[in-house]
Write a protein that binds this ligand. Structure first.
Ligand code: FAD
Length: 523
């Protein structure tokens, strides 16, 4: 009773102070298992994200205790006379406010410690796990490992939510072989923008299933995902080799991903670009031994740039005695700088959770909660050399302000029916410029400089006719979105009309303007 009174009071105060149009009784009528919070700490954290460049304060934050809570809130937004936006928020690791909603909107905090609607349920027999949409991948891993199983396709960092990565694609060095995470999901429970709860898969409600995967949260909120599992390897041989020649580097990467599906292959293929002078210094590189510093200048880098191929081979204790030979046989086919092989060997979990260690180090130095003007691009294979010349050896200069990942993927591992868009070539590269902006007096490390550089990179691609697609896309006008989706736009907007006709979901993506009615007439 007291909670309701406080909630009413707070909402009324908001109406007076910021002119909200939402009738508070619409929210108060909701019977929730979880908790609707106006706590400034909750509202504050839902108004920020990892990008650190945008803020948008929601009216309240729902901590759901059941999928029905999600459905009740969305249904109430859909049926409300005024309408209000509802954004699911996973772990808030977006860059540009994609999980936010402003003003009248509410955020549903899907990930977090305030009670999980359902713990992961593993089926050993059918090799899948059912998980709550807000579950973090690290917790999915922990629960499946109890059965000696693990998901097949990963992101580099595991403190991301299942719903958040499936709304994008979810990629890492396993994608060449298994496809992105969206290619490794059997079934979903989704709350559509009308508040309906639907189970969907390739066989059942397939239009919704295809729409939601890579759908940027536009068609529904994922409350459950059924994820494909494999037997978990015990250990990983992790290798890095260097190249000074870009063509040799990409040829080797493309050769390695052509081995997908074969037993004799590496299990993970990534790579990164090193343009900084001096020591290789990279927040993901707990790998390089400080006793083994590599000077770029000593390696005859092409245009001042070096390329590092990063590969792994998984193994069980039972084949530990043959792992050296298997790795050696694969390495023999590659054309890296002979003296540049760096190897380490570690448990599978430690490999998968590698970026978290770097996070802890950055947090200790107060370098984690800084603005992150990241730019992630899919670049067609036919133009990756032009991208190298124009960006790595051109626009970037010798200061990247963070790691630059580059690795190819096979398009035939992506389901073209999903909402995600990729370049129209059999092979395309992810180029991820993962920069941190610092306020340390050096203009070239500042937010404005790095954001300008991102704009220059996009402009360069445009002018050079390199048909890149943004991954984790961010645009501010619908025209840009239409261009991004290209041939898929008609389907994307038709699906929006079908599953979220009032445009209330994930308004932070800024694809569709919400169809709200400020005067309170029914729509
Ligand atoms: P949020 O940022 O909270 O949400 C992202 C979008 O999904 C929003 O539009 C939101 O409304 C929507 N959404 C959230 N939950 C749901 C749900 N249950 N149902 C429907 N829609 C939902 N990505 C990769 O692919 N590979 C990587 O290796 C990788 N590494 C990363 C490393 C770091 C350090 C960071 C910060 C990000 C990385 N990402 C990577 C990007 C990441 O996949 C995206 O940020 C993604 O959005 C997941 O973050 P999140 O769970 O916090 O989702």
């Amino acid at each position: 009773m007291a909670t309701k009174f406080l909630l009413t009071f707070a909402i009324c105060r908001l109406i007076v102070t910021v002119g909200l149009t939402l009738d508070p009784t619409e929210l108060l009528r909701l019977e929730l298992d979880g908790h609707l919070s106006l706590d400034p700490a909750d509202v504050g954290s839902a108004s920020r994200d990892f990008g650190g460049m945008q803020t948008a304060h929601p009216m309240a934050v729902l901590h759901p205790a059941s999928p029905q809570d999600v459905a009740r809130l969305v249904k109430s937004a859909y049926e409300s006379a005024h309408g209000f936006g509802v954004s699911a928020r996973g772990h808030g690791h977006s860059i540009n406010g994609q999980a936010m909603t402003a003003g009248n909107g509410l955020v549903i905090q899907m990930s977090g410690s305030r009670g999980k609607p359902a713990p992961p349920r593993v089926s050993e027999k059918s090799m899948y796990v059912d998980v709550w949409g807000g579950e973090l991948w690290i917790d999915v891993l922990r629960s499946t490992l109890e059965y000696g199983l693990a998901p097949k396709s990963w992101t580099d960092y595991l403190y991301l939510s299942v719903g958040g990565t499936l709304s994008n694609a979810g990629i890492s060095g396993q994608a060449f072989n298994h496809g992105p995470q969206i290619s490794n999901v059997y079934e979903l429970d989704v709350v559509t923008g009308k508040g309906e709860v639907l189970t969907c898969s390739k066989e059942q409600n397939s239009e919704l299933y295809d729409a939601v995967l890579g759908g940027l949260g536009q068609f529904g909120i994922i409350t459950r995902a059924r994820i494909a599992l494999e037997r978990a390897p015990r250990r990983v041989r992790w290798i890095r080799v260097l190249y000074s020649n870009f063509t040799a580097f990409t040829q080797d990467q493309e050769y390695l991903i052509s081995l997908h599906g074969q037993p004799q292959k590496f299990d993970y293929v990534e790579g990164f670009v090193i343009v900084d002078e001096g020591l290789i210094n990279n927040w993901r590189s707990s790998f390089f031994s400080p006793r083994n510093p590599v000077k770029i200048s000593s390696l005859n880098a092409d245009g001042g740039v070096l390329y590092c191929l990063e590969i792994t081979k998984n193994y069980q204790e039972s084949n530990a005695d043959t792992i050296d030979q298997e790795v050696e046989a694969l390495l023999k086919k590659l054309n890296f700088i002979p003296a540049s092989v760096f190897t380490t060997d570690l448990p599978y979990v430690d490999f998968l959770d590698r970026v978290h260690k770097a996070e802890l180090k950055l947090r200790a130095k107060n370098l984690w909660d800084v603005p992150h003007p990241w730019l992630n691009l899919f670049v067609p294979k036919s133009r990756i050399a032009d991208f190298d010349k124009g960006v790595f050896k051109g626009i970037l200069g010798n200061n990247t302000s963070g790691p630059i990942l580059i690795y190819p993927m096979n398009k035939n591992k992506w389901d073209d029916k999903s909402s995600v868009v990729t370049p129209n070539e059999d092979v395309f590269y992810l180029v991820a410029l993962l920069r941190s902006a610092l306020d340390n007096g050096d203009e070239t490390q500042g937010l404005e400089y790095l954001s300008n550089q991102n704009r220059r990179i996009l402009q360069f691609c445009d002018e050079a006719g390199i048909n890149v697609k943004q991954y984790l896309p961010h645009y501010t006008t619908q025209q840009e979105w239409i261009r991004h989706f290209g041939e898929k736009w008609t389907l994307f907007s038709r699906r929006k009309m079908e599953f979220d006709p009032r445009h209330i979901l994930a308004t932070g993506q800024r694809i569709f303007a919400p169809l709200l009615n400020p005067r309170g007439a029914s729509f």
